[in-house]
Every structure is written in structure tokens, then in C-alpha cells.
Design a protein. Sequence first.
Length: 425
Amino acid sequence: MTDSTAPESPEDEHRRVAGVSAPDLLSEARRLDAADPLARHLDAFAEAPGVTAYLDGNSLGRPLKDLPEKAAAFIREDWGTRLIRSWDEQWMELPMVLGDRIGAIALGAAAGQTIVADSTSVLLYKMMRAGMAARPGRDEIVIEAGNFPTDRFIAAGVAKETGATLRWVEPDEITGVSAADVAAAVSNRTALVVLSHVDYRSGALADMPAITSVVHEAGALMLWDLCHSVGVVPMQLDAWAVDIAVGCTYKYLNGGPGSPAFAYLRAEHHGSITQPIHGWWSAADIFAMGPEYAPVDGIRQLLSGTPPVLSMLAMQGMLDIIEAEGVTAVRAKSVSLTDFAVRAYDELLAPLGVRLLSTRDAAHRGGHITIGHDSFQEVTKALWGEGVIPDFRFPDGIRLGLSPLSTSHEETLRGITTVRDALTA
């Protein structure tokens, strides 16, 4: 006789989870993929031999399949044939033209307020320094204690340079920073508040309009980091009265490693908020070569040096796709993917002691979820060896970055199943 009260072994549990839940989840994944209106774009991305599940699109987006030919045409024609004439013909205006496209497609921003230039770090520095200078007599920067290291490091550097003090917001690690958290931190000493729209760890989605309103009530300026939300979460920077925003283009905009960042500066601040790196590209007359710096009017004032034209190439194809589908449709697919990932977590990973480090509420979650387990640093190495590519975040988290246009539900399940298998091997 079998003792029905005997504890279930890990092997038995593995077989139970694999034998009962996984087929149901696979059927659901295939049903969701069959109904997915964006599924036709999955084949637009370059194949990655040996990769069975790419779950890191929130860190580095996949290249489009037609990029090699576009790059070859650029080198052959725009650069190779037109040579320096391309500056006059198109490249001089490209930072503004591409900025306007990002603004219209992904930011809810009218033309003339967004520019593509520099790295995220450089633009954050420029805009933090500019924001502090625009609020004389105020000597505090408010920033979340768990914000991305670059944001915190640059804020600390700017505070040191300007004699300001950092005030730290310490929100719930799962649900992220709230308007109440910010209201408790700001005062008549606050010059600038710096927050991420989507938390890079938990994926928590901040209430941008409510928090921006709280900051304005205190008389301060609001700077949003959009790196983990642009292209996957709809926003209305103009309607929500956002002052400043900075974001990268190599995640959900698929601009490639090291592709330039963008900055948004609300039109009403042009002329009163001025960036501190006075390069020739922001001069009123670039080719005057005059003895003194005189800034240009408008958004070009945020430029400093020569724009990285070649690095602006890859993102343009992804902007075409997002523009055709609309960010609202991309967001709907994102919610479907992350909801499905949470369901798969519940059935396959929660029984193995894995913790969910993201909110279950899709309305307050960005495009990724994070799961935690003490063994995940070693598990991540094993996953990469199996062709499943998430990323590890210290101390014990795996982020599942589900880029909606390049990721299917079945691919998501394949990745989560491999995590299960690595834990029960």
C-alpha cells in the first residue's frame, strides 16, 4: 500500500507541475498567440540561432531583420555617395526630426520639444543641472532611494556641484513610488524631483500625472526617466504638464547597443531652462565660429556636440512599427504577456519557493515582471546555456522583460518552464 500522507518529493512535485499545469498553460499560450493582432510582427526581427526564449527586451531590444540592408544602404548611399553633403541634406535636422517622431508616437508630445542626442547619462546630467539652475534659492533634489544607479549617482554629483541636498523617497519595493510618498518629501526647498516612470527592478508603474501635479504644487520641477516605459506604456507628457523627461532608445525602441537617448523639454521652459554643456551644435549660428557662445532658440539648445547619426538608424524601423500599430495596442499586448507570465509563475514557480517581486495589478505594472529565488544567480547562468535569456538583478532577482512586438506568449512560457526545470534538476 502507498502511504497517501507521505510528503511529496521534489521529483513528484516536478512531475505533477509538468504533467498537469504545463499543458494547460501551453494551450492558453497558443490561444493567446492565435488571437494576437500584433503577432505578424514576430517575424520582422532577426533570428538568434541557439536562443529559444529572449526575455530581456526591456534591457536590449532585438534588431529588425531588415537592418543589415538598411545599414548597407546608408553606408553605400547617404554616407558613401553623398558624403558630407548629407549633413545639409538630412543629418543636420535628424536629431530634431527623430525627436519629433518619438514625441508624437510614444510621448504625447507636440513637435519642437524632443531631441535625440548623447547618452542617457549625459542627458540626465544636462537636465538635472539645468533644472537646478532654473529654481534659484531652492537647494534640494528629491529622488527615489532605489532608482537606477545612474540617476542616483548623477543626482549626487549635481547636488555636490551645486551645494544642494538629496532627499530620498523610500517607497514600497513592489508597488513603487506614489504621489503620497512624493508629497511627504517635497517642500519649499525642493528644486527638482527625479523619478523613473517604470521601476527598473519591480516594473512598478508610477502615476505620472498625479506625481507631477504634487511636484508643481510645491513649486518644483519634475524630471521623469522614461527608459523602461517609452514605446511600451502610453503617456501624455504635454497634457500631464511634465517639465523634463529623458529616456533611452535601446530597450523597447530597439535602437541597438549604445544608441542615443532623447530629452523632452516642455515648450514653456525653452529659454529659461538652459543646459550647461555649451557645444557648437547648440549655438545660434553653428558655422559662425564666433568668439562667444550664444544659444539657439528652441529644442536644438539641448545639443552639445556632433550627433551620432549612424547610431540613430536602427530605431527608425521600430518607430515605423509602433506608429502603425499605436502604443495603446502595444500596451495591450504587454499587459497580456505579463499577466500570462504571472499566471505561469503561480502554477510553475510559486510551488518551488520562487517569490513574485512585481505587483499583480497590471494597471500599475510596466512591461516586465521580476521573480526572486536565492539560487537565481546560478540559475541565470544555466538558462543562458540553454538559450533562455533573461537578466539577473542583484541580489536574487530574474527580470522577465517581455517586449510585446518581438515576444510571444509561447516563448514566454518556454522561458518560465526552463526556469522551473533548472530549479528542479
